[in-house]
Design a protein around this ligand. Sequence first.
Ligand code: HEC
Ligand code: HEC
Ligand code: HEC
Ligand code: HEC
Ligand code: HEC
Ligand code: HEC
Ligand code: HEC
Ligand code: HEC
Ligand code: HEC
Ligand code: HEC
Ligand code: HEC
Length: 424
Amino acid sequence: MGEAASFRSLLIELFGRLTNGVVCRGAGRRMRWGMLAGVLAGSLLVTNAGRLQAQTDCLGCHDNAEMQDASGHSVAVDGKTFNKSIHGTMKCNDCHQNIKEYPHPAQVAKVDCKGCHADEAQGLAGSVHADSKEHPCTSCHGSAHSIFPKADSRSAVYPLNIPNTCGKCHSNQGMAQKHGLASVYPKYMDSIHGFALSKEGLLVAANCQSCHGSHHILSRKDPASPTNRVNIPKTCGSCHAKINDDYMGGSHGKQMAAGNVKAPVCTDCHTAHEILHPTESAFRMQSTPICGSCHKDKLSTYRDTFHSQLGSLGGYVETARCWDCHGAHEILPASDPKSPVNKANLIKTCGACHAGANASFVQYQPHANAHDRKLNPALYYVRTFMNVLLASVLTFFMIHTLLWLIRARYNQIKEKKTVGGDHE
Ligand code: HEC
Ligand code: HEC
Ligand code: HEC
Ligand code: HEC
Ligand code: HEC
Ligand code: HEC
Ligand code: HEC
Ligand code: HEC
Ligand code: HEC
Ligand code: HEC
Ligand code: HEC
């Protein structure tokens, strides 16, 4: 049997080379194809094996880099790469199920990966990429003949390669705009995660899959999506565990857990795809307005203070920003003894920047609001007194000036009269 099989392979290979030559030459293709195919089929029948069974049977023809079908589409399969790939030990017709002989059937069945990978196919079917024409498995996994395990650096879904794989479509050049989606790929690549991944090769940095999943990707509007507002702390927290704990222990996290969707989640302060190093001045400069976008009253009172004015003068980054006093994640009400702005902790909090801060120094009110009598009575009365003083001084001098004018005019007329009288 071994002898017959190897003879068969030899024949197939031989005819494979012949037919490839014909295809490449082009002219009179169809006629010679028919002829050669007939000869081949005949030879196979002679060897008592009309069917193409082994991988090598198919590769005998297809492992030729120049091989094309009649319309010029490449039908070459790189045998060496295929053999090393994860499916390399499979027979070609494990996937190409209705190709069992040559000539091939007129209607070659589309390969269906679902037969062996039901879970992935099911996940994909319910996702944003459900349209199987636009998103076949190969749109992410690359050529079906060179699929590698996801932990292999040659795989299209190896962590370091995922951004490029998704970015084929989710970039300016891709189809993002056509579908009215933001072009996130370039933003991501410039973010701290993208930088860590692409420049430092940090496998544990977040890639698209870490936050979105792979097959069952859902729109952020879907409550089950890991990118839905409610689930974001958990998604980021899968890596940033300590920060997530702090956040959940603070007012914002507690409010979020209690269903107050107005409380901020990680991405409100950090964004999703443009995350910066928080110590970078760019972040320090933009984060006060971020807190202020919700705490408008506190922002406006902060703006009145020396700290803010210092910040806006020439863009100092050393001045106190909201989180220098409140913390960033475990933010608590001032009444909480653990809060850095609780009276008992102020010396320490202010002292981080003001060496020698003491009890009288921390009397200074970072949110002093002179318009509010109840909150800041002393300031309110001082301001009111100053205003009244200013008004009275102004009024006094106005009346004074008016009287002075009248008096001056009166004197003038009186003087004229006296002079006239002298002439008479
Ligand atoms: C004798 C050479 C030869 C052998 C052996 C051969 N093929 Fe082909 N195959 C071709 C040629 C030539 C074409 C392109 C035109 C055509 O379909 O006739 C082709 C086309 C194909 C196509 C593309 C069909 C399409 O319409 O897109 C697939 C898939 C394919 N072959 C798979 C296989 C498989 C699987 C085997 C082994 C079971 C195999 N071939 C064995 C020569 C061969
Ligand atoms: C894991 C499944 C799988 C295996 C195994 C497989 N193929 Fe394919 N092959 C595909 C898919 C998917 C396509 C793309 C067309 C489609 O979706 O039907 C394809 C396309 C082709 C084509 C058409 C040209 C092209 O690239 O579009 C040829 C020829 C082909 N395969 C030959 C082979 C040969 C020869 C083998 C064995 C050495 C083989 N295939 C093994 C999945 C497979
Ligand atoms: C939108 C892109 C995308 C599409 C489309 C896609 N995959 Fe994946 N696939 C991935 C990513 C990303 C991974 C890596 C997951 C990881 O690292 O955990 C993956 C991993 C896999 C794995 C490895 C096991 C696992 O689940 O981690 C298999 C098997 C797989 N995909 C099969 C398929 C099949 C079959 C299809 C078509 C039904 C498909 N994929 C379509 C992106 C995709
Ligand atoms: C005949 C069954 C079969 C078919 C059809 C099939 N595969 Fe596979 N696939 C396997 C087996 C077996 C493995 C290796 C075992 C494993 O790790 O799951 C595998 C592994 C994979 C992996 C790597 C899993 C990992 O660990 O990272 C991916 C990705 C994959 N297949 C994608 C596809 C795609 C895409 C198709 C369709 C073009 C496809 N498979 C068709 C059987 C199949
Ligand atoms: C073949 C092109 C293509 C690839 C590759 C691709 N996508 Fe998509 N993606 C799309 C298109 C097109 C849509 C819009 C689908 C729609 O609205 O019908 C989309 C939608 C999405 C959405 C939903 C946007 C929303 O909220 O509506 C997310 C999230 C997404 N893709 C993430 C990914 C990730 C992550 C990867 C890589 C693992 C990836 N995509 C790979 C084309 C692609
Ligand atoms: C650190 C987590 C994270 C990473 C990494 C990430 N995303 Fe996102 N992505 C999100 C979140 C959260 C949203 C929800 C919307 C928002 O907050 O901006 C989102 C939204 C999206 C959207 C929908 C945008 C829209 O217009 O509604 C697409 C598309 C998308 N991401 C694709 C990607 C791609 C492609 C990558 C990789 C290049 C990626 N994401 C990397 C967290 C992430
Ligand atoms: C897969 C794990 C993973 C996920 C998920 C993840 N990150 Fe990261 N993140 C990292 C790693 C690793 C670094 C460190 C990068 C470096 O140091 O170069 C990092 C860095 C950061 C930094 C900068 C830290 C610093 O000290 O400079 C911020 C801010 C950040 N991530 C926020 C987020 C947010 C917000 C989310 C969710 C939307 C998120 N991360 C999701 C792994 C992750
Ligand atoms: C209310 C705004 C806000 C929210 C919500 C928020 N952060 Fe931050 N985050 C900040 C600020 C401000 C800093 C800078 C702190 C500093 O420089 O001391 C920071 C710093 C970081 C850092 C750098 C390490 C560090 O502690 O300095 C990481 C990583 C990070 N945040 C991740 C997250 C994650 C994950 C979440 C969600 C669980 C989250 N952040 C929620 C504002 C926020
Ligand atoms: C998306 C809106 C939003 C952003 C951004 C935001 N907060 Fe808040 N914050 C809230 C909500 C909602 C609460 C819950 C208590 C309330 O309703 O005032 C809260 C509570 C607080 C509290 C505790 C007050 C109390 O009575 O419990 C402090 C302090 C605070 N935030 C400071 C900050 C700081 C500092 C930043 C920036 C690093 C920030 N917030 C960013 C919405 C926001
Ligand atoms: C120099 C330190 C400092 C800075 C900077 C600062 N705060 Fe405060 N904040 C305090 C102190 C101290 C209190 C408590 C006393 C008070 O209410 O004035 C407080 C109170 C608050 C409260 C009310 C907490 C409660 O329990 O009722 C909120 C909300 C708040 N700040 C938000 C902000 C925001 C938003 C910013 C930035 C725009 C900011 N703070 C900047 C020190 C600071
Ligand atoms: C992140 C650092 C930082 C923190 C925290 C901080 N400050 Fe300041 N503060 C500055 C800087 C920088 C200046 C301007 C330079 C200077 O005068 O020292 C300033 C100036 C001041 C001034 C006016 C100038 C002066 O020195 O008399 C007062 C008053 C003041 N801070 C009070 C406070 C109080 C009260 C707290 C705590 C609630 C506090 N600061 C927390 C950085 C900080």
